[in-house]
Design a protein around this ligand. Structure first.
Ligand code: G16
Length: 553
C-alpha cells in the first residue's frame, strides 16, 4: 500500500462538510453533490474486496435507482453478481467517513487489511457502470481515482442498467468454468434474453402490445436495443424514453411511482384493457398494470409476479416429472420456495401458502437479504412487492433440467421450457427487462390475460406513505421490519391502532435509500386502510420528530 500515493489522491476528494455516510439498503445514496469523497473511498474498498477474492472482478454501479434525479449512489457487486457481502458494509461505512484526513483513511484501510488478512500483492480488477444521471460521469472519475490510488485496474462500461453490470461481473468471473454465464458484453446480454424468450414462446400466438414506461432512464435505451434482438417475437410501445432532458428521470413515472401512487405514469395514454408496465430509473424493478372497463386501476406488483412465476415453474416441473439428486443419493421432487418482505400483501402470502402450497420465508427489506434466503431452495422465487426480484435455480435444479429427457412429448416440452427459463431469468440480481420477458413468456405460454392473472387472488387494500423526520436513525426495526424496538413506546401505539381495524396490519421502518421513514398499512377496506396509515403517520410526525409539512390525514 503506497501511503503517499493514497494521501495525495485523497487531497482532491477530502470530506469537509460533516455529513455522516452510511452504507444502506442498496449502498450509499444521497444528494449527488455530497458523494465525491464516498466514491473515492468505494474505489479503495473495491480494490481491497477484489484482492480479498484473489483478484476476481468486483463491480461498482453508480446509480440512485428510484430516487429523484438530483440524488446519486453507489453499490458494490460481488464476483457472482450478488450485492456486497454484509460483513463488508461496515467497512464501506467506516472508510467513507474516514475521508476527512489521510491519517484516518490509512488507519481504516490498514484495519480492514488486517481484519480480513488481505494479501496486498494480489491483483485487483474492478468494472464500473452508471445510469443516466447527469452527476454520474464525475462520480465515476472520483471512483477511478480511488481504484488507481490503491493500484487496481478498472474498466468503465459507461451507461448500463444495474442488472447489466451485475451480469457482466458474473460473466467475467465464471468464464472458462462449468458455470460460465455468458459473454461479458451488452450485446451478449440482449442475445441471451432474446434467444431464451423466442424459444419458450415459439409457436404460441403473440399477446397484444405491451406499453412500457421507461421512467426516462437507462431502461429506455436498453429496451430499444433489446427490442431489436427480440424482433417480431415481442410487440411493445415504449414511452418515457427521454434521457436527455433534465428533471425527467423518475418524475411522476417509473415503477416506484406507480406502485406507491397506484396510478399510471405521466406520459402514458392507457385505455381500458391495454397492458402496461413501468421500469425504474436503473431498470432493476418492474410492475405491471391495466385499467378495467370502469376505469379501476389494477396493479400487478412484485407479489403477483412471484406467484405467477412460482406457479408456472411448479406446473412445468410436475409435467416434466423433474427429480432432483440429493446429497444422500436420493432423488426427490423439485422444491420451490418463495421469499417475501413485510411489504408483501397479506392476500399474496395466504395464496402462496394455502393455494400454491409453497413455503414462504420473510426477510428484512433489501434484495441482498431476499437473494440469500432464496438460495436455500431448488428454485427460490424472491420478489419485493415493489417489483424488485428474480428466480434463482440451484446447481442441482439446473443439473436436473439438463439431464432429464421426459417420458412423453409434453414432459420433454416442459423440460425445454425450464431450461429456457434458466437463461431468461437473470441469476445475479432482480432485472426489470428479464422479469418483463419472464412474465410475458408465462402469459404467452398460458395465453393468459392481465385480468385473469390479477384474479389469481385479490389484494387487501394497502397504502404506503413517507414521513420526514429529524433523524430516521432513531427508528430501529426488528422482526424482519414488522416492528420497531425504538423509539421506545412507538410500537405500542402502532399496535393499539392496528387492533382497531379488521385485518389490520401496519409497520414503520426507516428507509435505507431516502431520508424518510416509511409507513405501510393494510386493512379489510380502502377506508380503514387509509385511516390506519394516516393515523400512524400522524403519530410518527407529531411525537417522533416530524419535520416539514405534516402528512395528510
Ligand atoms: C432499493 C433496494 C430494494 C428496496 C428499495 C427501497 O431499490 O434494492 O431492495 O426495496 O431500495 O428500500 P428502502 O425502503 O430501504 O428505501 P432500488 O430500486 O431503489 O435500488
Amino acid at each position: 500500500m503506497d501511503s503517499s500515493k493514497i494521501s495525495a489522491a485523497l487531497s482532491a476528494h477530502l470530506h469537509t462538510n460533516g455529513t455522516v455516510f452510511q452504507y444502506g439498503t442498496a449502498g450509499f445514496r444521497m444528494d449527488a453533490t455530497l458523494l465525491d469523497p464516498v466514491m473515492f473511498s468505494v474505489g479503495l474498498l473495491a480494490v481491497l474486496r477484489s484482492k480479498s477474492h484473489k483478484g476476481k472482478t468486483i463491480g461498482v454501479m453508480v446509480t440512485a435507482s428510484h430516487n429523484p434525479e438530483k440524488d446519486n449512489g453507489v453499490k458494490l457487486v460481488e464476483p457472482l453478481g450478488e450485492m456486497l457481502v454484509q460483513s463488508w458494509e461496515s467497512y464501506a461505512t467506516k472508510l467513507a467517513n474516514a475521508t476527512t484526513s489521510a491519517d484516518a483513511i490509512l488507519a481504516v484501510l490498514d484495519s480492514i487489511v488486517k481484519a480480513e488478512s488481505i494479501d496486498l500483492s494480489q491483483p485487483a480488477h474492478i468494472v464500473v457502470a452508471r445510469d443516466t444521471r447527469p452527476s454520474g460521469q464525475a462520480l465515476v472519475a472520483s471512483l477511478i481515482d480511488g481504484v488507481q490510488a490503491l493500484g487496481g485496474h478498472i474498466k468503465d462500461y459507461g451507461l448500463f442498467t444495474t442488472p447489466q453490470l451485475h451480469y457482466v461481473v458474473r460473466c467475467i468471473n465464471t468464464a472458462g468454468t462449468a458455470s460460465a454465464y455468458g459473454e461479458p458484453t451488452e450485446e451478449a446480454y440482449y442475445e441471451k434474453l432474446a434467444n431464451a424468450f423466442k424459444k419458450i414462446t415459439d409457436g404460441y400466438p403473440r399477446l397484444s402490445p405491451l406499453l412500457i414506461d421507461g421512467a426516462n432512464g437507462i431502461g429506455a435505451p436498453a429496451m430499444e436495443k433489446l427490442g431489436k434482438y427480440l424482433g417480431d417475437s415481442f410487440s411493445y410501445q415504449l414511452v418515457n424514453k427521454d434521457i436527455d432532458s433534465r428533471g425527467k428521470l423518475n418524475f411522476d413515472s417509473g415503477a416506484d411511482f406507480v406502485k406507491i401512487k397506484q396510478t399510471k405514469p405521466l406520459g402514458m395514454d392507457l385505455a381500458p384493457g391495454q397492458r402496461a408496465c413501468s421500469l425504474d430509473g436503473d431498470a432493476d424493478r418492474i410492475v405491471f398494470y391495466f385499467i378495467e372497463q370502469d376505469n379501476t386501476f389494477r396493479l400487478l406488483d412484485g407479489d403477483k409476479i412471484a406467484t405467477l412465476a412460482a406457479d408456472f415453474i411448479m406446473d412445468l416441473a410436475s409435467s416434466a416429472e423433474i427429480l432432483v439428486q440429493r446429497d444422500d443419493g436420493s432423488r426427490t421432487p423439485l422444491q420451490v420456495g418463495l421469499v417475501q418482505t413485510a411489504y408483501a400483501n397479506g392476500s399474496s402470502t395466504a395464496y402462496v401458502k394455502d393455494t400454491l402450497k409453497v413455503p414462504v420465508v420473510f426477510t428484512p427489506t433489501g434484495v441482498k437479504h431476499l437473494h440469500h434466503a432464496a438460495e436455500a431452495f431448488d428454485v427460490g422465487v424472491y420478489f419485493e412487492a415493489n417489483g424488485h426480484g428474480t428466480v434463482l435455480f440451484s446447481p442441482a435444479a439446473i443439473h436436473a433440467f439438463k439431464s432429464s429427457t421426459g417420458s412423453t412429448p409434453a414432459a420433454a416440452k416442459s423440460i425445454e421450457a425450464l431450461r429456457c427459463l434458466t437463461d431468461l431469468i437473470n441469476q445475479a440480481v432482480g432485472d426489470a427487462l428479464s422479469d418483463m420477458l419472464l412474465v410475458e413468456a408465462v402469459l404467452t405460454y398460458q395465453q393468459k390475460s392481465f385480468s385473469k392473472w390479477n384474479s389469481d387472488y385479490t389484494d387487501l387494500p394497502s397504502r404506503q406513505e413517507k414521513v420526514k423526520v429529524a433523524n430516521r436513525g432513531d427508528f430501529v426495526p426488528i422482526k424482519a421490519d414488522t416492528e420497531l424496538s425504538h423509539p421506545l413506546g412507538l410500537q405500542g401505539k402502532i399496535n393499539e391502532e392496528v387492533a382497531k381495524f379488521s385485518k389490520g396490519r401496519c409497520f414503520v421502518r426507516p428507509s435505507g435509500t431516502e431520508d424518510i421513514v416509511r409507513v405501510y398499512a393494510e386493512a379489510a377496506t380502502r377506508d380503514e386502510t387509509d385511516r390506519l396509515c394516516y393515523t400512524v403517520c400522524g403519530i410518527v410526525f407529531d411525537g417522533y420528530g416530524g419535520v416539514g409539512a405534516r402528512p395528510a390525514t
